[in-house]
Design a protein around this ligand. Structure first.
Ligand SMILES: [Zn+2]
Length: 368
């Protein structure tokens, strides 16, 4: 038979059906014998926090195949995930609680059922600073990620996403690269009867090392992973940060990945009012589905045009050249297909947009 039998139940919770204490059953008979000797009073359950049926499980010691948990005969169970990684959301929840206690942070981790079970996501919330970290297990489409981001950032001062294996859509990755310069990912490794998370930052050009949670820190800017330089977190123009009910402003304006950027209205039209000919194109009029990067470039072009209007000829020419380049880039960006997002071409085009945005900002500074 090829590969492990994925129907075998490899995880459970200890103590009761509602327990949040996950365990991975050792696969080797000798290791299971050792576990039984060490913890003779453990009882195992098809936990509700695993999306299980809540019934008691027995630990099946097998010499000829991997050891596994088993329901009573004739039990009917609809639990969807049974593999070695199926309790990872419980392990990270415990790990986060430990990490917060060790760092003196008042925070809690909450399981989020996004429709397929309690292990879809885990949200870490720091109470005082209203910071959030979302550990995403279930795969999200790009639009799902956008709307989840809007929901999560509503009352948050910072929001970080950490994606599990296969949970992030390539289009989301391209957008994260464009906005933050990197994407945070997690993976788990089995250590005895538990599993431990490791995190790293992935950039278009490379990745940081996988590090345990203890190596990371919550900073006023959000989750800090060693070696990862966070780019400016928002491309929005200065918008007054919302004021908390108690009258204090949050440390910085909330950022929602995928939130429809609230570009100051009227900026584009002020450029038009300057009497300048309409731009060649698409940079000025992104479709309703245009992403934040397109809107950012559009905003920068509009601002640059205002600044360049009274400038000397040489700078005006530079500005016009960037305007045309932005229009051509927006057309390229608009033509990306979902295949491009899978192939990585989209990441390249997004990087070109970021580079363009950098040059637009630079020239605007020279003019300002
Ligand atoms: Zn069950």
């Amino acid at each position: 038979m090829a590969g492990p039998d994925r129907r075998l139940v490899q995880t459970a919770v200890i103590g009761s059906a509602a327990s949040g204490l996950g365990i991975v059953l050792p696969q080797e008979a000798d290791e299971l014998r050792r576990l039984r000797r060490r913890h003779p009073t453990y009882t195992y359950w098809c936990g509700t926090q695993l999306g299980g049926c809540g019934s008691k499980l027995s630990d099946r010691l097998c010499a000829d195949k991997v050891c596994h948990f088993a329901h009573a005969p004739n039990a009917s169970c609809r639990r969807r995930a049974n593999g070695v990684n199926s309790a990872d959301h419980l392990f990270i929840k415990q790990g986060l609680a430990r990490w917060a206690r060790g760092s003196g942070v008042d925070a809690r981790a909450v399981l989020r059922d996004l429709g397929s079970g309690p292990g879809d996501a885990v949200d870490f919330r720091v109470r005082g600073s209203r910071q959030r970290v979302r550990f995403q297990f279930r795969r999200l489409t790009h639009p799902e990620w956008c709307s989840a981001g809007e929901e999560l950032e509503r009352d948050a001062a910072s929001l970080d996403w950490v994606f599990g294996p296969g949970s992030v859509h390539p289009e989301t990755v391209a957008e994260m690269y464009g906005r933050f310069g990197h994407v945070l990912r997690f993976r788990f490794g089995t250590e005895g009867v538990t599993r431990r998370i490791r995190i790293r930052a992935e950039e278009a050009s490379g990745s940081t090392d996988w590090v345990p949670l203890d190596a990371c820190a919550m900073t006023p800017e959000g989750l800090r992973v060693p070696g990862a330089e966070r780019r400016r977190r928002t491309s929005r123009p200065a918008v007054a940060p919302p004021t908390a009910p108690d009258g204090t402003a949050p440390a910085r304006a909330p950022v929602a990945p995928g939130a429809q950027a609230s570009l100051a209205p009227g900026r584009g039209s002020s450029a038009d009012a300057s009497g300048r000919r309409p731009a060649a194109g698409a940079a000025r009029r992104p479709g309703p589905g245009a992403g934040p990067l397109v809107r950012k470039v559009q905003r920068l072009v509009a601002e640059l045009n205002v600044l360049a209007a009274p400038a000397e000829a040489g700078l005006r020419t530079k500005a016009e050249r960037l305007d045309s380049e932005a229009a051509a880039w927006a057309v390229r960006y608009g033509r990306l297909t979902s295949a491009d997002f899978w192939s990585g071409r989209a990441t390249k085009v997004a990087a070109q947009g970021e580079s363009l945005a950098g040059r637009l900002e630079k020239l605007a500074q020279d003019l300002g």
